[in-house]
Design a protein around this ligand. Structure first.
Ligand code: UD1
Length: 353
């Protein structure tokens, strides 16, 4: 869809079921490359990025199909072409998630470098550093990452910074390596845990997902799986911010409450009432909205993917807030658009006031 037309009509009210998490679905779909057996994934959101991964797998000669609206079936029995071409990778940087699994299972991968993207340069040096530590020979030629290794070997890897897809790529590769791999300074995001749970269901030996040290004992092969993707904490948080901004009364069904601590805390601080029961969250507010400051950082801190929504909410709140972006260097692109709608925002380096 190229255009969304929104006609404001006051407070949002109603119930909404949360879809599967995009950032969990993408690596989970790629994990099917690690086994020759069929895999079935449910709760896969219907988004362009999920479609791109399915297209990418099909282009590699793998049987991949969305058989129902939220169900994708993949069987990576054979592979004709271990390549992720530029025209797909440029539309979605997460395509780099095929690198680790291809290398682990087939010993060879050719993946286009993502290049620049709208929220900054986003290098993949940590992915490559980790795979090299596992014994891969990595070359950069003509805009492509070319990696090979007949069999990866477990290693101790200390990530220079917390990277979500970097941790996922290395964790997937290590499931089929010889021996033990330890990833230190690993990302603790709930989507990393969801991927680890899927891999464990396939027979992988992984401990510590959700902490900053993940330990993987390589196994000979993995089996097929039937796995349900976790719900999307960013979608859930976005609905809550929209309800808060409009002073509505909204109930989320199937929300990943356990993964949303920092966002729920900010909404309470802003004066919202949250009533939580199991996977259901109801949000209302009696009084005016208070501006709240936040600083983005790796999980469990406030997520960068909720930064714009919180800022939009702050634009209609009482008082002044400081929003500090620490993950991406160019993630304030919504600011000029909010300003065009009359928002009072100034930017000082990575802080929006
Ligand atoms: C993932 C999420 C994205 C989210 C981001 C941060 C997916 C598909 N996407 O993106 O929605 O905004 O986490 O929570 O899960 N970096 C390097 N070298 C690397 C890798 C990363 O310098 O090799 C830097 C990046 O430029 C960035 C920071 O590390 O400044 C974090 O990026 P990373 O966690 O890797 O983001 P993604 O995994 O791409």
């Amino acid at each position: 869809m190229d255009k969304l037309a929104v006609v404001g009509n006051g407070p949002l009210r109603g119930m909404v079921r949360i879809s599967g998490a995009k950032n969990a679905a993408l690596p989970i779909l790629c994990s099917a490359l690690l086994t020759k057996e069929p895999c079935t994934f449910t709760n896969v959101p219907q988004l362009n990025d999920a479609r791109t991964i399915v297209r990418l797998l099909m282009q590699m000669g793998i049987a991949a199909e969305r058989t129902e609206s939220a169900k994708v079936e993949i069987c990576a029995e054979g592979l004709s072409n271990p390549v992720a071409p530029y025209d797909l990778v440029k539309t979605m940087r997460a395509s780099v998630l095929v690198l680790g699994p291809l290398l682990a299972r087939w010993g060879v991968a050719r993946v286009s470098l993502p290049g620049g993207c709208a929220i900054g340069t986003r290098p993949v040096d940590q992915h490559l550093k980790g795979l090299e530590a596992l014994g891969a020979e990595v070359r950069l030629t003509a805009g492509y990452i070319e990696a090979k290794c007949p069999r990866l070997k477990g290693a101790h890897i200390v990530m220079d910074m917390v990277t979500v897809t970097g941790t996922e790529n290395i964790m997937m590769a290590a499931t089929l390596a010889d021996g033990v791999t330890i990833i230190d300074n690993a990302a603790r995001e709930p989507e990393v845990v969801d991927l680890a749970n899927c891999l464990i269901a396939m027979g992988a030996q992984i401990k510590g997902a959700g902490t900053d040290r993940i330990e993987i004992v390589g196994v000979q092969d993995l089996k097929g799986v039937h796995y349900r993707v976790m719900p999307d904490r960013i979608e859930a948080g976005s609905f809550l911010c929209a309800a808060a901004a409009t002073g509505g009364d909204v109930t989320l069904l199937g929300a990943p409450v356990h993964a949303m601590g920092a966002v729920l805390e900010k909404l309470r601080e802003a004066g919202c009432s949250l009533s939580i029961s199991g996977e259901q969250i109801n949000i209302t507010r009696k009084a005016g909205l208070k501006a709240v400051s936040a600083r983005t950082a790796p999980h469990p801190a406030f997520p960068t993917d909720m930064q714009a929504q919180l800022m939009a909410m702050n634009c209609v709140a009482e008082g002044t807030s400081h929003i500090t972006e620490t993950i991406f260097e160019n993630r304030m692109m919504h600011v000029p658009e909010l300003q065009r709608m009359g928002a009072d925002i100034s930017i000082e380096n990575n802080i929006a006031i």
